[in-house]
Design a protein around this ligand. Sequence first.
Ligand SMILES: [Zn+2]
Ligand SMILES: [Zn+2]
Length: 183
Amino acid sequence: MNLQNITLIYFDYFELGFLNTIAGKIHQVFPLKIHLKEGHIDLSDFYDLNRRQYNANNLIQYVDSHFATDNAKTIGLFNVDLYIPIFTYIFGQAFLGGRTGIASLSRLNNESYGMNPNINILKERFSKEIIHELGHNFGLIHCHVPDCVMRSSTYVEDIDQKGADLCPSCHKTFMQLLIQNNF
Ligand SMILES: [Zn+2]
Ligand SMILES: [Zn+2]
C-alpha cells in the first residue's frame, strides 16, 4: 500500500474552521497530509424506522465502496445517531487494518446531555473519536492504558477522561505496523 493521506469526508454540515481544527489535532498524532472533502449520501437509505437511528454497518460499507481508495485512510464524518445491532449507539467504527472508518458528532455535544454547549470540548471529543478510528484503520486494537486514545469509550465521559494521543506502547505498535505494511 502506498499511503498518501488521511481523507476526511463530511456528509453533514460542518463549519470549515471546526474541521480544520480537527484536522490539525489528527495531524499531531498521524503526521500525514489531511484532506477535507465534501461528500453526498442519501442518509434515508440507512435510517432504521424502528430504532430512529442510522445503521453504521451499512454506512461504513457504503463509504468504503463509494468513497475510499487504497492510498488513503478515509473517515466519513456524520452528525446522525449511529447504531450497530448489538449496541444502543456508537460514536464511530472502523475496519481493523482497513482503509475506512466513520465517526459521528451526534451524542458528542453537551446539549445531548442537557449541558451548555462548549465548542472546545466538542472539538476535543470529535478529534479523539476520529483518531481512535484511524488507529483501528492502522491496525491498532483497544488499549487499557487510561489516557490512551485507543481505550474504548462507551460514554462521552470515557472520551473526556482519555487523551488524544497514542500511549508509548500503541505508538510503538503503530510504528511497527507502518513498517510491516509498507505504508
Ligand atoms: Zn475502538
Ligand atoms: Zn495504548
